[in-house]
Design a protein around this ligand. Sequence first.
Ligand code: ATP
Ligand code: MG
Length: 409
Amino acid sequence: MKEPSKDTKLKEFLTLSLQKCLHFVEAQSGSIFLVDKKKQELVLEVFQNTRGVDLEGLRQKLGEGVSGMVATNKQPLLVKDANTFPRTSTGTFHDYKSKSFLSVPFEYRGDLLGVLNVTDRTKGDSFSSDDLTTVLHVCHYLGIAIYSLKRYLHSQRAANERLRQEIKVLQNDLAGARKFSSLGKMVGGLVHELNNPLDGTIRYINLALECSKDDEVVSDYLLEAKQGVTRMANFVRSLLDFSWGMSSTSSFIEVNRTVDECLFSLGNYIKANQVKIKRDFAAYLPKIADYRLKVVVSNLIKNACDAMNKEGGVLTVVTSLENDCIKIVFSDTGCGMDSDLQKKIFEPFFTTKNMGEGSGLGLAISYEVVERYNGDISVESSLNRGTTFTVTLPIEREDVYPRETLDSR
Ligand SMILES: Nc1ncnc2c1ncn2[C@@H]1O[C@H](COP(=O)(O)OP(=O)(O)OP(=O)(O)O)[C@@H](O)[C@H]1O
Ligand SMILES: [Mg+2]
């Protein structure tokens, strides 16, 4: 079974080289073999003959036949009269009934690449030593060119492979994003169904508590029920942040101030977890749209505190302006995460926290909010050493000049 050539470019180049060489030495037939190192064979890549002999895909063991011997010896061969040349039964030469022929190996820096054969001189006479010199020149450049071309094709294959890998990563990201967005839509509907009955239930529990002040047991039961329902209501509120139905707001916020407000409102939580805060804020940051950045910042601060809750630690928050993007970096000295855990943390409902302590929605919601900014949220972490979350928010023109300012210009 003949194999189709994989590298059309290489084949085109070889065909052209053979044609030129035949033209230079006034010959009608010729062939170029390339070395297949693994199989220790020569493979016929291109050929031209006058007798219509089909030689495509022909293979020749190194050391066997005329071309095989020339390749192994790395010595050119000029035969002026084939009748005086001891022919070999395993060679290809016996197929040519040529009087005279040339067989020349080509290499690059001592590395054998192939053999070029020339037969059937147009005038019917023998090839001369001048012809041999010409073919030797051609083979010299053929060696350099094939080596370079192979290297180029190899690097292109490597680049294509890299591209394939990148596409695969993007497809995975896309699949993840789709998962989040469809979940967002579903959750949006669910939240509307749950919100009102939950509010009503809490109101009725409060009324029942008023009426049962004198009965300690009933009051205890009702307080227990209220606690559970309140937890459910908080959970539903978190889901609300995740839902698509949320209307976008037209107001603008200052990032530094937002971070400070979150640190302030989580003050007790930070203290309870013995976390020390270090702030390093950019002196100037443009205002950005309010797509609930607060939800992201609060969750990242809370997660950092949770990660340090055993022995306390330091949470460093840095804001900066880089390449038309606002960067907010949260670095903690907490428990950190191994690479398996890092792959899952943005999935909705993924949590390692105890029942009632975490719903596993914080980062899924944060991801969604950052998406609204066309931004990026990334994580770097090492187990038992700490974690850094980086939020990157590109600045739109409207962020630098809030809409009110643009309208009045
Ligand atoms: N700074 C951090 N250090 C170590 N682990 C973290 C950190 N931030 C997040 N994680 C891990 O990622 C998981 C998912 O975080 P995420 O904020 O989405 O949910 P949660 O904090 O568990 O619950 P919720 O935010 O809904 O209250 C956490 O349970 C925790 O295992
Ligand atoms: Mg969280």
